[in-house]
Design a protein around this ligand. Structure first.
Ligand code: ZN
Length: 531
């Protein structure tokens, strides 16, 4: 009988620490790495010859939305084909729990209404959700966060107001329970309803609870464009006041007016760290983002709740105000010039004629102005539609990606193979990051790029025994061919899989091998261990 289950030999081992590669052999037994040495004499059931290949820890995606998607799709094909073995879930304020039956309708009106998840199974507590996921087959590992948006809806619905002391206490209690049941921290999305209704005070109070449990706070800041600096300062202030470990999600500079300011924004993070505030960030290697349609609309449109939005859009005075809002460039995401609406592309729509078209194209086709066009789209699709915004500049993206404080996050989610209503980052982020930063542009060493995808996020999120190739660590391993590595997903064909990812091992099981998924389910919901 062989002593080991898998041996990976002849590869260049990049261990995830940032240290230079070395030649060696890895022996895996059960879920763990049993041995790493120059040569292993033992026999194994499976021998992988990694000659010419890079052997590194499986990639940890620091920013995903695979919460409910993990229930409906167990393969996580779009992730394993990128070499990703772990997803941090519950980002941008959205988690699948806790849910309050009285307000769940509000939650569903904003997120993923098309998922075929059994809605009678509602997870009133975060622990219930984790227990449910634990009972499922999973291919990849999941690291859960509790979302502030979900939490706020459970306690306050979509009310645009500050919480009463009782409501705040209830939210704090729910955060505490989530942390006790294994959440790694709290996320917020301050550009979305209802996150945008929250003042810093509310978030500071919630983060104090997270901090007590040594958790982390990930934040989609209030603004990623003109007011991006103020928004980062707000996030840093929340961390300073609460003592929480801060992660600024998907750092970017949206809108032409802000191009070239990457250094300025990154300097805010450096300054905070110099003061002792633990802040880091993440990035995806694309110059276009994807977000909810409603993020294009101003906050004041939501001050009487969601249902009033459509009604308001009928009002001529409000239409005029909206026009001004866009023209003055006070909009957070939307362009200020008419031709720039060409950079806003509607990804999914019930109306096939709108699908994949820019808002400018749609407005021309239906012979209406932009405001009328937005109204027409919202009438047909509600507010949950997704738009792609071609709003970033490559130099800024590269600067953020290069900075030692940034890790990699796809901002995607587990997707069914046939799904095309997605951003290419769902399939391409990790191979693209390596190709762009290491092989094409020589900006990072291979070891540093891999650190940003492995030990860095593991350390940030406090994942125990993951993120490094080390004896006794979980055998989450990706083996790739540096000569053929390439992301193939594009805006037009976003679900094309990447090339060059040869083997992916999760908790000691091969889940992807030379282009084929193995239909194994070794993934775990990882719970934060409380000291
Ligand atoms: Zn976000």
């Amino acid at each position: 009988m062989s002593n080991l289950d898998i041996i990976i030999k002849n590869g260049k081992i990049v261990d995830g620490s940032g240290n230079s590669w070395k030649v060696g052999t890895i022996g895996i037994k059960g879920e763990k790495i049993e041995k790493i040495s120059m040569k292993i004499e033992d026999d194994a059931e499976k021998i992988i010859d990694a000659k010419g290949l890079i052997v590194c820890p499986g990639f940890i995606d620091s920013h995903t939305h695979s919460d409910l998607a993990s229930i409906t799709d167990k393969q996580a094909f779009n992730y394993i084909t990128q070499g990703v073995t772990t997803n941090v879930i519950g980002n941008c304020g959205w988690s699948a729990a806790p849910i309050n039956k009285a307000t769940v309708k509000d939650l569903l009106s904003l997120v993923a209404p098309d998922l075929d998840v059994d809605l009678t199974k509602l997870w009133e507590s975060f622990g219930d959700f984790l227990n449910f996921i634990e009972g499922l087959k999973l291919t990849i590992n999941l690291v859960p966060l509790i979302g502030h948006g979900t939490l706020r809806i459970a306690v306050m619905g979509l009310d645009n107001k500050e919480p009463t002391p009782e409501e705040l206490n209830e939210m704090k209690l729910l955060v505490e329970n989530a942390m006790k049941s294994g959440a790694f921290g709290l996320s917020a999305g301050l550009e979305y309803i209802p996150g945008l209704f929250a003042k810093p005070k509310e978030l500071i109070e919630l983060c104090k609870v997270v901090s007590k449990y040594n958790g982390i706070f990930t934040i989609h800041t209030r603004n990623e464009g003109d007011l991006g600096d103020k928004a980062i300062e707000e996030a840093i202030n929340i961390a300073e006041q609460s003592g929480v470990s801060l992660e600024i999600s998907h750092l970017k500079l949206d809108g032409k007016r802000n191009w070239g300011k990457a250094d300025e924004r990154l300097a805010l993070l450096e300054k905070a760290r110099a003061k002792g505030i633990e802040v880091t960030t993440d990035v995806y290697p694309y110059t276009f983002c994807m977000t909810s349609l409603h993020a294009l609309l101003p906050n004041w449109l939501f001050d009487q709740g969601l249902e009033a939005v459509l009604q308001k859009l009928e009002d001529e005075e409000i239409q005029h105000k909206l026009e001004e809002y866009y023209q003055n460039g006070t909009s957070m995401l939307a362009p200020s010039e008419e031709k720039d609406w060409d950079r806003v592309i509607l990804k999914n729509s019930k109306n096939p004629q709108f699908r994949g078209k820019s808002l400018l194209e749609i407005s021309k086709n239906i012979e209406k102005n932009i405001i009328e066009t937005l109204k027409t789209i919202i009438k047909s699709d509600g507010l949950a539609g997704m738009v792609v915004l071609k709003g970033m500049n490559e130099k800024d993206v590269l600067k953020i990606a290069e900075h030692p404080l940034s890790m990699v996050g796809s901002d995607g989610e587990v997707k069914k193979r046939e799904d095309e209503d997605i951003h290419p980052r769902y399939y391409g982020t990790f191979p693209r990051f390596l190709k762009m930063m290491v092989y094409d542009n020589n900006i990072l060493t291979l070891e540093e790029a891999i650190r940003k995808m492995t030990s860095f996020p593991a350390n940030k999120f406090n994942l125990k025994n993951r993120g490094l190739l080390k004896e006794g660590y979980f055998a989450d391993i990706t083996v790739f061919n540096p000569k053929t590595l390439k992301d193939n997903a594009t805006l037009e064909e976003p679900n094309r899989i990447s090339e060059g990812i040869e083997y992916v091992i999760i908790n000691g099981k091969v889940v992807y091998e030379q282009g084929e998924a193995r239909r194994k389910y070794p993934g775990k919901i990882i719970r934060k261990q409380l000291k």
